[in-house]
Design a binder for this molecule. Sequence first.
Ligand SMILES: [Zn+2]
Length: 297
Amino acid sequence: MKSLLESLREAEGQRVALGHFNVSELTVLKAVTGVGARMGVPVILGVSEGERAYLGVREIAALVDCIRQGSNAPIYLDADHTHNLSGVQEAARAGFDMIVFDASELALEENIARTREAVEAAKAIRETILVEGEIGFIGSGSQIHQERTAPAVLTDPETARQFTEATGVDILAPALGTMHGMLRAMVAGTLRKRVDALRVAEIKAATGKFLTLHGGSGTADDDFRKAIAAGVNIVHINTEVRLAWRRGIEAALVAHPEEIVPYKLLLAGQAPVEQVVCSRLALFNSRSEPNTTSNVA
Ligand SMILES: [Zn+2]
C-alpha cells in the first residue's frame, strides 16, 4: 500500500483531496472502506479520543490493518483531535498513519510549544508518521447547533507560516471558514458553509504544507472545488455521515419494531452512509482546472 505521504503528494499534484470520515462502529467503517475500494480512491478513517476510548486504540488499528490487506485502495488511520502526549504516543505505537494534534484552544505560543512536543514524540516512535497541527477556531464537537456559536475568523497566513516552521508539522489545519458540526438550517439544506479559497491559496503559499479542512459537512460543493484547487488536501466529513447513519437506523427501527438482530438493524444505516461517502469522494476526487488565484506549484 502507498504511504499516506505518497497519497497526499499525488493528491496535491492532481489537485484532488482525500476524504476523511470518522468511525466509531462497523457500519460506517464498512461503508467508507467499501466505497473507497469501489471507487479506487484512498480514504482516511478518523477516530477521535472519544471514538478511540470506545473502540480501543490497538483494536481499531488491527481491524483497519486487516481490512486494508483485502482492499485495492489505500485506507489510512488518523488519531483525530488528540489533545495530549500520551494519546499521541499510544496512536503512534499502534501504527496509526497520522495524528491530528489539537492544542488550538491555547494561545499561539503555547499551541506551538505543545504541538512541537507532539511532533517530536510521535516521530521518535515512528519517523514516517504524519502529524497535523491546528490553528484558529473551528469549534468543537459534531453536534447539530441551534445557532452559530462563534464568528468565523480566518487563520492569518503569516501566523500559519510561523506555526508550521516552529512546530515541524507535516499537515496544517487552519480556520478557513467552516466549523465543526452543522446548524439546523444546514441540515435542512437552506444554508451552506462557505470556504475562503483565496485564504487557502495564501496559506498554501506561506507554508507550503498539506492543508486539511475540518468541519466539511454542509459546505457548498463549489466552495469545496475552489478550496481543493487552491490547496486543500484532506477534507473532514463527519456530521453528514452521522446524520445518515441515524436516519437509516431510525427508519429500520420504526419499520421493523419486532426485529432484535443487531446486524440487521445496523445494516440499515450502511446504504445511507454509503450515499454520503460516495457523493463526497466523487466531488473531492474530481480534478478541477488549475486555480489562477494560486501561485503554488
Ligand atoms: Zn475536526
